[in-house]
Design a protein around this ligand. Structure first.
Ligand SMILES: *[C@@H]1O[C@H](CO)[C@@H](O)[C@H](O)[C@H]1NC(C)=O
Ligand SMILES: *[C@@H]1O[C@H](CO)[C@@H](O)[C@H](O)[C@H]1NC(C)=O
Ligand SMILES: *[C@@H]1O[C@H](CO)[C@@H](O)[C@H](O)[C@H]1NC(C)=O
Length: 278
């Protein structure tokens, strides 16, 4: 028994030594700035003779990383308005003799997949500076539950109760009829989307620990309760609303969510990139 143990221990030590040796070898070979091996993933960029076809993906990492952000295009829906065309254009272009291409973008901060800051619906929060730069990245990143809600109702207190979301769950993404109807892909704003009614928002605030509320259309609040439901969520400044998520073709369940807004000083909203990792 003891001999076997000693043998195992020796094996472990040898493996450890080999691993360290491998790493230090890598570190000292050809490049001191970073371990070689990290940069060996070549072939992706700048290889001549290759056909230049960019790959656009929704899923990465062998099915482990899901992009739940909608791509912003000239057809994208901007919160409350119709897609108004061009959002990015070249101000300097190589075709016109510039040494480089250089684009300018202009788009509403509530475009596509985006986040609301407390200042969106509370003027005194806006004046006090509760902008997207003040949002807590700890709320925007961490374990999250993706749930399917009943398709025949808006998000009422009754619906919230029926979901049985356990205490302690801090981030929930709600998939609704909006996803089935592919509303985010439509060019016109559709006021019949599913969203939170005031009592649904209130129930969630009173009875759960949810701090990140994600939905699959441009507004977390149903059109009929647009203002009251937003007020209930944003009043405490503890709940972060992520709107316009792309939740198609993803299984319900537990993921790690990662959402990062731009640090737009003074802005009450920002486009946001969100991913789920299984
Ligand atoms: C942008 O730059 C590329 C080279 O990187 C050039 O081939 C292309 O023509 C430029 N596009 C425009 C619109 O100027
Ligand atoms: C290049 O310049 C021409 C003439 O000013 C303009 O019509 C065209 O839109 C420009 N193209 C780009 C890509 O900037
Ligand atoms: C949700 O509420 C909107 C109005 O805000 C309404 O048009 C829609 O039909 C409702 N959806 C469901 C599934 O009840």
């Amino acid at each position: 028994m003891a001999r076997k143990m000693r043998f195992l221990l020796i094996l472990l030590v040898v493996a450890e030594v080999l691993a360290v040796a491998r790493i230090s070898l890598a570190l000292t070979s050809t490049n001191d700035a970073y371990p070689s091996g990290y940069g060996d993933d070549s072939g992706a960029c700048g290889v001549t003779g290759e056909k230049l076809v960019p790959v656009r993906r929704e899923v990465y990492g062998n099915g482990k990383i899901f992009d739940i952000t909608h791509r912003i295009t000239s057809d994208s829906l901007f919160d409350g308005s119709e897609g108004d065309g061009k959002f990015v254009w070249l101000s300097r272009s190589m075709k016109n003799g510039s040494d480089y291409n250089f684009s300018i973008m202009k788009l509403p901060v509530h475009s596509g997949t985006h986040v609301d800051a407390p200042g969106h619906y509370f003027d005194h929060y806006f004046d006090a500076g509760f902008d997207v730069d003040t949002l807590d990245l700890d709320v925007l990143n961490g374990p999250a539950l993706l749930v399917d809600v009943p398709r025949d109702k808006n998000l009422t207190a009754e619906v919230m109760m029926s979901l049985n979301i356990p205490k302690g769950v801090r981030r929930v993404l709600f998939r609704t009829l909006n996803t089935d109807r592919r509303l985010m892909w439509k060019k016109n704003f559709d006021t019949s989307y599913v969203g939170f009614m005031k009592d649904g928002a209130q129930w969630l605030v009173d009875n759960t620990d949810i701090k990140l509320v994600g939905v699959d259309y441009l507004s977390v609040a149903a059109y009929d309760d647009l203002i009251p439901a937003h007020l209930v969520f944003l009043e405490s400044r503890e709940i972060i609303l992520v709107e316009g998520l792309k939740l198609d073709d993803i299984q319900t369940g537990i993921y790690s969510v990662h959402c990062l807004p731009l640090r737009l000083l003074g802005a009450e909203g920002s486009p946001i990139r969100c991913i789920l990792i299984k």
